[in-house]
Design a protein around this ligand. Structure first.
Ligand SMILES: [Zn+2]
Length: 488
């Protein structure tokens, strides 16, 4: 028994003003997939499950990059070709695909890949997918695969288990000879991830229904995929998927039930964390009794494609007189170079940020003291990531009246306190920790005494009614609040 395996992951934000290039990806090829520790990834779950069944693996590619702009077309074509070229002399296919990848001229990258894959391998080849919870699942994907399941947690904590589930559904077909059937329904709803943390209501209630459906007889998996709302493409909704053992009617009925339940609760979906407009968020954070407050600069979140160069929150914090804060981080290579030229302990006046995302920010002039300089050989890892050193390019910390501004030469995503500590900055020593994030990642959430989300401008603005959608089909909730919808 031979099964093709691989993983291609990117969340592509069409509001991000640059393309994602090949060098932005971490890429493994062929046998490297089997010899490199993949930790808690879905691909690791797929590989372990299939190997335990004695399946011979045909490893293709693992490619992943930080969420960002649309992927350069040749890069996408290269990844796709690796999978397609290996799709012969096999008995099945099991892939992790993020589900929200876009390439130049390709609105739905996974959908296109699967259509070409199905055309090559024919109708009888079983294909099973693991997906990110922010997948934008298209109707043709449901028709072109035999099974699929997305993460059940946000923040994501079950990538490995999702890979296991996808591989097990493939095994139902391979080892039991039982057909698996996909039911699919999709609501026209732009859902920022910040409104759908699975531990918080109302999403927690939806996930209890997902779990309950998975317990019903004949059901193999259920999925409620948020989509990735920061994409101006015609269709980026919330999808319900149910996979059954050889029962297409049951799969469709349950997918419809799940989607309709979500739709009926649509008005309950707001940002589930403590959240305010930017001025109020700063005021509440500064007045908070907690020793440290984490403040999310949610509109400029690299975890969903933000540039990390919108300096608005920094300017407002300085104006508000914040005297003990750290900002992680602002991408401005020229500002870093200016700090390097000046040296530690020197005063500099710089214009920071506002150079990439010029739609949502303008450069901010600040005067401060260079507190720290590093070549960016930063320790990366900790709770969820494989620990190791990464070359992140030169980094400077500029102290502006008590606000430590981390200036980076590349776009950084702060996901674990260890990243701040590796710069010699202890987050809990500050009154305010400003992260360019939406909801906190698990490693920050567990140490944060209090977390407040600020609605800020940028490529990941949590108030989607503030974004300009030109290609999205209409009507679409919540842009068209009074619209109606039903499955089928
Ligand atoms: Zn996600």
């Amino acid at each position: 028994m031979r099964v093709l395996v691989g993983a291609i992951g990117h969340e592509s934000n069409t509001f991000t003003p640059f393309l994602t290039q090949r060098e932005d990806f971490y890429i493994l090829r062929g046998e490297e997939l089997l010899t490199t520790p993949l930790r808690h990834s879905s691909l690791a779950g797929i590989i372990a499950t299939l190997q335990a069944r004695g399946v011979e693996l045909v490893p293709t590619i693992m490619a992943g990059a930080m969420p960002g702009g649309v992927v350069a077309r040749p890069v996408y074509e290269e990844f796709k070709a690796v999978v397609l070229d290996a799709a012969h002399d096999i008995d099945g296919i099991c892939l992790f695909l993020h589900g929200a990848m876009r390439a130049e001229g390709v609105d739905y990258a996974e959908d296109t890949l699967l259509r070409e894959l199905r055309a090559k391998v024919g109708p009888d080849m079983p294909i099973s997918l693991a997906l990110d919870m922010h997948a934008n699942i298209m109707p043709d994907m449901a028709r072109n695969v035999d099974a699929m399941v997305a993460y059940h947690t946000a923040p994501h904590d079950d990538a490995y288990e999702t890979g296991v589930a996808a591989a097990e559904m493939l095994c139902v077909r391979l080892f039991e000879g039982v057909r698996t059937c996909v039911g699919f329904a999709k609501c026209p709803f732009l859902l920022p991830g910040e409104m759908a943390q699975t531990a918080l209501e109302p999403m927690a209630g939806m996930m209890r229904l997902v779990a309950e459906i998975e317990q019903r007889p004949g059901v193999l998996s259920a999925t409620l995929a948020n989509g990735h709302c920061w994409a101006d493409v015609p269709d980026v909704g919330v999808a319900a998927v149910v996979v059954t053992r050889d029962d297409p009617e049951l799969a469709q009925a349950l997918a419809d039930e799940l989607a309709l339940t979500f739709w009926e609760r649509r008005a309950d979906f707001g940002v589930s964390a403590e959240a305010y407009g930017v001025d109020e968020a700063i005021a509440v954070a500064l007045a908070a009794p907690e020793s440290t407050v984490f403040l999310s600069d949610s509109g400029d979140n690299p975890g969903a494609g933000g540039t990390t160069d919108v300096p608005l929150l920094l300017g407002k914090l300085i104006a508000a007189g914040a005297s003990s804060a750290v900002i992680a981080s602002i991408w401005d290579a020229a500002a870093v170079q200016a700090c390097m030229a000046a040296g530690v302990g020197q005063q500099v006046t710089l214009s920071v940020g506002g150079k990439l995302d010029t739609r949502h920010g303008t450069p901010l002039e600040v005067t401060g003291e260079v507190r720290l300089l590093t070549d960016g050989q930063m320790y990366h890892g900790g709770v969820r990531q494989h620990p190791g050193r990464r070359r992140l390019g030169p980094i400077a910390v500029l102290n502006v009246a008590g606000v430590d501004v981390i200036l980076s030469s590349t776009r950084l995503s702060f996901e674990d306190p260890v990243q701040l500590r590796s710069l010699g900055l202890e987050p809990l020593d500050y009154r305010l920790v400003v992260l360019k994030r939406g909801y906190l990642t698990m490693p920050f959430a567990v140490v944060a005494p209090r977390s407040i989300l600020a609605f800020t401008p940028g490529a990941t603005n949590c108030d989607v009614t503030q974004m300009t959608f030109e290609r999205l089909a209409r009507p679409w909730y919540p842009l068209d609040r009074d619209m109606t919808w039903q499955p089928g």
